[in-house]
Design a protein around this ligand. Structure first.
Ligand SMILES: Nc1ncnc2c1ncn2[C@@H]1O[C@H](COP(=O)(O)OP(=O)(O)O)[C@@H](O)[C@H]1O
Ligand SMILES: [Mg+2]
Length: 298
């Protein structure tokens, strides 16, 4: 091992101490480039974060259950000035799905969404009925893996009022119509490194479910995507506060139109195992930032 080989933390959680398997090709690609990857659990107090040349957020998938603690950890990294991938301004912006309103304001097409701010006491059923929605999804603005997400008919809203109120104690909530297209066409993910399109994946829920995440038995397959949809997704990526090293654009195609569900520039699973070249693209994008940061510090 050469001493000048950059050391890069790949941030994870104690459930995945050696990262989630989808990131294993990234570890190999970084090593091929002469970079030392170090899977690092964000909540491990013994880690000296100052020892890294870069800190790359990968699978800290308990952060939405430990928001205050995780924010303190993240704020400490930002304050230390360590090179973060994605950059601090992106992570800060992307942490809370309130960013969807910013993307809508610059002309991106979203899944129709009502944003309810933390601490509010909304009548969810009345808001949804006013928009003509019967079957709805309610989800926290800080979440992952379908955490605290519910689908229900507005007539049954009373049964969810308590949990929604609890969620609103420390974060916002999004209300959307349930899009049945998720059951037929699935959810489309388009993956970008340094703003360049890499590959696309279609995620499908298990029979009887509507959540596409692997935790609920969701599956995925390679997808061929119309260039017009890629262009739409790329516009979302370029609307981030700076150019993301990695980004995943999730959405549903409805009547030929891509509707954005999420721009994941925080801790997205990148479906690297699906595409042989994707891991090297990711590794090169990280390397580019490490090299630029070294020059900046000279
Ligand atoms: N409006 C919706 N219509 C249909 N399915 C939805 C809707 N919103 C979310 N889902 C399903 O729930 C999953 C998780 O929701 P998402 O908004 O991606 O939150 P997160 O991934 O942050 O938990 C989606 O991947 C999708 O399968
Ligand atoms: Mg999602």
């Amino acid at each position: 091992m050469k001493p000048d080989e950059p050391l890069v933390a790949l941030v994870t959680c104690d459930r995945f101490p050696q990262l989630y398997e989808d990131d294993h090709p990234l570890v190999a690609a970084l090593q091929e480039l002469g970079i030392r990857p170090a899977p690092s659990i964000w909540s491990d107090p013994s880690i000296d974060w100052a020892s890294f040349d870069a800190v790359v957020i990968r699978s800290p998938w308990d952060y939405f259950e430990r928001v205050t603690e995780f924010r303190a950890w993240l704020d400490a990294r930002i304050a230390s000035g360590v090179l973060l991938c994605n950059a601090a301004e992106i992570l800060t912006w992307n942490f809370d799905k309130g960013y969807l309103a910013d993307l809508e304001a610059v002309g991106m097409s979203l899944v129709p969404t009502i944003c309810i701010a933390r601490g509010e006491r909304p009548d969810v059923a009345a808001l949804a009925r006013a928009r003509g929605w019967r079957d709805i999804v309610v989800k926290p603005t800080i979440s992952g893996g379908a955490y605290r997400l519910h689908r229900f008919l507005v007539d049954d809203a009373a049964a969810y009022a308590r949990e929604i109120e609890e969620t609103l104690a420390d974060r916002g909530v999004l209300v959307q119509p349930f899009l049945p297209e998720i059951l037929t066409g699935g959810e489309l993910s388009m993956l970008f490194f340094d703003g360049v399109f890499s590959h696309a994946v279609r995620k499908r829920p298990a029979p009887g479910d509507y959540r596409v995440q692997f935790q609920y038995g969701g599956t995925n397959e390679d997808a061929m995507v119309d260039p017009a949809l890629v262009a739409q997704a790329r516009a979302c990526v370029l609307a981030a506060p700076s150019l993301p090293v990695y980004a995943r654009v999730d959405g549903v195609v409805k009547d030929g139109q891509f509707l954005l569900m999420e721009l994941e520039a925080f801790e997205p699973l990148m479906f690297l195992a699906r595409h042989p070249e994707a891991a090297m693209r990711f590794a090169r994008a990280i390397q580019g930032r490490v090299v630029a940061d070294r020059h900046r510090r000279l």
